[in-house]
Each structure stands twice: as C-alpha cells, then as structure tokens.
Design a protein around this ligand. Sequence first.
Ligand code: NAD
Length: 482
Amino acid sequence: MTAAPDWSLDPRVRKWVAGLPLPIKLPTPLLRGGHDLHDRRAVLLRLRDATDVALAERVLLQGASLLVLDANAKAELRTRFEALGARFGAQGGDLPATIAAASAQGDRRPLLLMARLDAARGGDLTGDLVDGAAGGALLGIAQAVAVAPRHSRLVAIVDEPADATPHQAMLAAAAAGLLRSLHKETGPTGSTCHLLRLDGADPLAVADVAGFLLSPASAFLTGLDLRLGADIGPRVQADGRVALVTGAARGIGAAIARRLASAGWRVLVNDIPQAQAAAEATVHSIASSGGAAQFVGADCSSAAGAAAIAAAVQAHGRLDAAVHNAGITRDRTVRRMTGDQWRQVMAVNLHAMERVQTAVDPYLQPGAGIAMLSSVMGIAGNFGQCNYTTSKAGVLALVRLWSKQLASRGVRCNAIAPGFIVTDMTAQVPIFNREMAKQLTALLQPGLPEDVAELAAFLVHPASRAVTGQTLRCDGGMAFGA
Ligand code: NAD
C-alpha cells in the first residue's frame, strides 16, 4: 500500500482525528487522473452561440451526462443535442433547486456547472450580477456549486474583449471577486471554481480549456482566472514531438517527464551530473512503461550546461516543449544571507531559464509550448526567502515578455506557480510551516508532483492554445498574494 502524501489523507489517522474533540478541519481526498467525465453530470446555462455548442459537445465527448437549462434554445440545436443524449430544462429563479429538480432524486454525482455569464441581458447594470429571475444570476450559480456533491466544478465564462463595454468589464471583475471567495468555501469538499475571460478565443479552444478544468486531471487547481485569446499554434499535436524538462531527476520535474512520456513525447531529462543515479531511475521508469527518454547531464545554470542541452536538442532536430523546472532554495533571512546563497538561487532559478531558452530557441517548432516554474511565493513573498522570491518573481516577467515575442512564431509561454507540493524540496520545510501552508489552501491539503505535471502537460499541449503570457497557480487555492 502506498503511503498517503500527508497524514490528513491517511484513512486511519483521519478516523482517529475525527473522533477527537478538536476543531480540526480534514480535507476531502481528491479524485485525480485523466479527462474522463463518466459519473459526472454537466449542466450548461444557455445554449445560444458557437461557444455554448462547443462546451456542450466537449462534456458529452468526455462522457458526462448533460442538462441544458435553456428553454429558448433553437429547435435545431435542441434536436441535435437531444439525439446525443442531452436533456433540456427551463431556468428557474432558484438555480440550485432547478438543478436538483431536474436530476434524478438522490443523484450524488459531482456537478460540472458551465455558466456563461451575460452582461447585456436586461440592458442595464443588473444582468447576471443581481437578476435572479432568469436563473443565471451569480448568486444562484455560486449556491448551486456550494450545495452540490463533493468534487463538483464551476467554470464561469465571461466575454471581456479588449474593447469591453463597462457592463462587460464590471461583470468580469465582479465574477472574479466572487470566485476569489467562493473557491475557499467549496474547497473543503474538494469542489473547485474557475473563471475564463474570453478575448477573441475560438469556441473550440474555450471548450478545450474548460474540458481540462472540469476533468479529474485538474483536481488540485482552483480559483484560476484565465484570459483566453485567439489561437496561437495549431490545434493538433505534432508527430515525433520532443520535450525538454530541466531538473527532472526527481520531484516535480520527474513527474512532468513521466507524464509527457506517457503521452508519447520524446523527453530530454536534464539534471546536474551529480543527480545521474536519480535521473537514470526516472529514464528507466519511463522506458519500462514504453516511453522514450534520455538523460542530459548538465548544470543548466552554466553556459557550458546550456550548450550541452542545446546539443541534445539539436540531435533530435526539433523542440516542441520546454519545461524550465530546475530550482533550488537557499533560505535565510536577508540579514544572514551570503552573496553565494543569493547568486546560486538567481543562477539556477532565473538566469538558467534565459540561458537555456536562448540556446534552444533555433529548434522551437510552431505550436511549441514553454512552461516555466515560478512559485506562489514569487507572487506573495515569504519570510526567509528573499532570494527565492526575487528569482521566482523574475520568472513571471520573462513569461510576459517571451509570450509577446514568440506569439508570431506560434509559440506560447506560461508560468506555473505551485503552492505547497510534496517533494524533497518541501520536506526541508519545518512541520509547523507545512501545517500552516495546508490550512491556508482552500482544498486543505498539499499537492502532488503529478498535479503540477498535469498542468504542465496541458500548457505544452495545443489544448491550451488560447492561453499565453499567464501565471497559473497550482496551489489548491492558497490564501497568499493577489
Ligand atoms: P526538487 O529539489 O525536488 O527537485 C529539483 C531538481 O532540480 C533536482 O533534481 C535538482 O538536482 C535539479 N537541479 C537543481 N539545480 C540544477 C541545475 N543547475 N541544473 C539542472 N538541474 C538542477 O524540487 P521540486 O520541489 O521538484 O521543485 C521543482 C520546481 O518547482 C522548482 O523550480 C521549485 O522552485 C518549484 N516549486 C516547487 C514547490 C514545491 O512545493 N515543491 C513550490 C513552488 C515552486
């Protein structure tokens, strides 16, 4: 039996703690893995335009049952989706009651609520903000998820183009404010909430992002607020695609390498030469599952190391994904920090990304995805981590810059900001701080390297072609930072 990643998820300890007369909040163990939505019931508010249609098709394709709450849906659409097994209902003023009434009694399947918000309805500032009568109001949507079974999901979607009307801008900002609180209320039940702001995104690309956020693959993500733009790169994956993952001997990097290899990528597993044994174990585990990987022993923070990595990429003649993951901590208060501790962290966590990315740039293919590991601490700051947070904040700027520079070549660049993930790196964190970190997450638990790996795999896949220049927190809804 594999050990639980945290005591609060161990069934025996949970039983014992639950019997204590103490106000200890226990998390809901998450349902992880894959994109299959069987045993989930999806509800779509409104079926009007191509985006709604793409969302409906997507959840049906992934195996969910579908209820559409739109009495005014066009007859032709209604007939088409009923033939695919969807059911239709009218929106009631009380959305949770409407959903409950339309489901079989006692249906405890997780709810996947896709709520397309409408700023124009009513023609004034009420719209979906306060108008409950049409059943699409924000409060009803929030309450529907709050009372839904464990592991439910909300994906709220707003139109917010560059030239948004005041109503659109206000609704988008208000919905973001709602979700910043709501995901904390739903977290203890393992339910998650996200906001998608549409800024010229293709309907199929919106459905691809929603399909990921509704799936078990994203179980540890909550509270994401993403802007979806026009497609960058093609919709399909290239054959023979090659990925580079730095710092991949162990921890998050190794999980990313394994995840990509399992999806058919040829993976270059980079780590320092001293980590050869661990790196070869990662390569071996990939090969024994039928994947293709090769160890590239090189210090990615040195010029020679970056050149060695580029030479390994050149041997494949192409690069379709670069995951800049290598990172170190040298935690000290700033008063006690040595120049070496400062320089080492800058070199590995920040300068290495620039060095390696510049060296492999000639091999980047159109459609390639770059994912760079930052940290929630790079957003929020943390006592005793001035060097680390400086480096991780710098990563966020690189992502914004490169996303603009690379878009015309069909290449995307995003940052991942993990919160507390169970790895050797966080094993060094004092137990009190680890317990605090858990209590500060909406989901009340640490993440696994596999959670970050799922997000990285999504960000280098064409499914995220509408997403670039953004920072995606992989933190279980941590109450840190803006
Ligand atoms: P880890 O310490 O378990 O693994 C890091 C790997 O990077 C190691 O295998 C190490 O040998 C390698 N590495 C270090 N310096 C290198 C260099 N110069 N060249 C090549 N490889 C090098 O760490 P992890 O927890 O898996 O973290 C991975 C990334 O995620 C890091 O960038 C880290 O800052 C970030 N992160 C982790 C957490 C967390 O909770 N674990 C939280 C936020 C951010």
